[in-house]
Design a protein around this ligand. Structure first.
Ligand SMILES: [Mn+2]
Length: 244
């Protein structure tokens, strides 16, 4: 009964290897394990699209896992915040709130995608506030699909540019520790697990003694995941070819 957490796969039809990797990752899991996808599973998601091959494939992969007794949970990222309950149902995933607590042997761990932690990037936070607005979400999902695809591509390009700049200006695009601390206090946790920054690493004592921050990497040349069960808690990164 282990919990596996992954994020930032950025699945797109232009990279079928990644979709295969996602499928292969499930082979690491067994009956009663669960997989939590902590955002940015899709390179961008602008609503259910019957012609979208990636969406069909994801649905099939999740379904196959479910038939092996593996449940899949989903928490939206900044690329796929438009996955609502209806979409999650379509994929066979259970939708999680943007803050979710996972129990580990070291105590409760707060799981979040992590985009709310780059507080210093004002433009992104403005976009985030808009994108979280229910009315705007509703209106957007009722636009014609062609418009949504166009807007989605623009959002993805902007986000891609931020990903590229992150290492150049970490003080602007990097993690704001004060924000992380507030999030942790709110749920009385000392452990944080997040993605978004594409900066794989385990950090100890950033928020006081015995605090941990596990930052998941994105999937490209490597894949990474967090795993915990009754006996262990571990952040792992391996070369992609190890999955096949
Ligand atoms: Mn992200």
């Amino acid at each position: 009964m282990a919990t596996f957490i992954i994020s930032d796969l950025h699945l797109t039809e232009h990279n079928p290897v990644l979709i295969k990797a996602f499928e292969c990752f499930y082979h690491k899991l067994f009956l009663n394990d669960r997989l939590i996808i902590a955002g940015d599973l899709f390179d961008f998601f602008v609503g259910l699209d019957p012609e979208d091959k990636v969406q069909q494939q994801v649905r099939q992969i999740v379904k196959n896992a479910a038939s092996r007794g593996i449940a899949t949970y989903f928490q939206g990222g900044n690329r796929d915040f438009l996955v609502d309950k209806k979409a999650a149902d379509f994929f066979g995933m259970k939708l999680l709130p943007e803050y979710y607590v996972v129990q580990t042997k070291e105590g409760p761990a707060l799981l979040l995608h992590g985009d709310e932690l780059c507080l210093n990037d004002r433009n992104f936070q403005r976009f985030r506030a808009l994108s979280q607005n229910r009315i705007i979400k509703f209106l957007f999902l009722h636009l014609p699909l062609a418009w949504r695809r166009k807007i989605g591509a623009a959002i993805r390009n902007k986000s891609q540019a931020q990903d590229d700049q992150r290492h150049l200006a970490p003080e602007k695009y990097g993690i704001a520790h004060s924000a992380a601390e507030i999030c942790l206090e709110r749920v009385h946790a000392q452990i944080m697990i997040h993605g978004h920054f594409h900066a794989f690493g385990a950090h100890q004592n950033e928020f006081g003694d015995r605090s941990y921050r596990f930052s998941l990497g994105c999937w490209d040349k490597n894949f990474s995941y967090f795993v915990c069960d009754r006996n262990k808690l571990e952040l792992v990164q391996k070369p992609m070819e190890k999955l096949f």
